[in-house]
Design a protein around this ligand. Structure first.
Ligand SMILES: Nc1ncnc2c1ncn2[C@@H]1O[C@H](COP(=O)(O)OP(=O)(O)OP(=O)(O)O)[C@@H](O)[C@H]1O
Ligand SMILES: [Mg+2]
Length: 227
């Protein structure tokens, strides 16, 4: 099923932070949403999620910071159960083990509060929670920002292996063009609340047309990073 949302926009404090934007996502497609900090990536992500959910699409969201997803006063086990209940799923330890294995979540005590886990473990836990319901669309906002480059690369590999057979669309929001270049088939570039490019990743890297994209591409050393 093609996912489509038209005229996504946002105004905050009288300022247009997202100009009307159309987004179309094909089944199984991996798409990057890339731009400088403050360009409107998370705003577009939120607007897209709200609109698609209103259409009845199953959307899972990994927010930019684990703090947005995890309550410091609740145990990790509580969070997991809450997610299962929200998704109308029975308690299923086998599914939990499968997702924990897939994302290499090991040694964390589920009775602990989030601050009893490392940030990297928290981030992978939030990714695992997002996969409980096998969503049509997975939106990940800076999913590897709390991970060191080697663990980030491993997590993306595991996620890719998990999603590959499932037709789940992945929207990867990041300011890290190197990460997107390795992981997505198409890239959308944001600049000052506008989508300034939407192109297959090879075409984009060969010939970025907007000045924002050219600035992102100018720092070629990202090609050396493992993720
Ligand atoms: N609630 C709000 N009120 C006022 N301005 C906001 C609000 N939310 C976001 N903004 C502004 O809108 C712009 C886009 O913000 P957004 O968080 O979407 O950027 P981003 O591309 O995700 O940045 P980052 O890479 O730092 O996460 C920024 O200038 C931000 O300051
Ligand atoms: Mg953001």
């Amino acid at each position: 099923m093609t996912l489509a949302a038209q005229g996504l926009s946002a105004i905050r404090s009288g300022r247009t932070i997202l100009h009307p934007t159309d987004v179309t996502l094909e089944p199984g497609e991996y798409v990057g949403l890339v731009g400088a900090s403050g360009s409107g990536k998370s705003t577009l992500g939120h607007a897209l999620i709200d609109t698609l959910r209103a259409q009845g699409v199953s959307v899972a969201h990994v927010p930019q910071s684990p703090d947005e997803a995890l309550d410091p006063l609740r145990s990790m086990a509580f969070h997991w159960r809450e997610a299962e209940i929200a998704l109308n799923r029975p308690c299923d330890p086998a599914r939990q083990k499968m997702l924990f294995d897939a994302l290499h979540i090991q040694g964390g005590d589920l009775r602990n509060r989030p601050w009893g886990w490392s940030r990297g473990m928290q981030q992978r836990f939030v990714i695992a929670m997002a996969l409980i319901g096998t969503p049509d669309l997975l939106v990940m906002d800076e999913p590897t920002s709390a991970l060191d480059p080697v663990v980030a690369a491993g997590t993306m590999d595991l996620l890719d292996a998990y999603l590959r057979d499932r037709q789940t669309v992945l929207l990867l929001i990041t300011h890290d063009l190197g990460l997107a270049a390795r992981r997505v088939q198409r890239v959308m570039i944001m600049d000052a609340g506008k989508m300034v490019e939407d192109a297959p990743i090879e075409q984009f890297l060969a010939m970025p047309s907007s000045s924002a994209a050219q600035a992102l591409c100018a720092h070629r050393n990202w090609l050396e990073l493992p993720c």
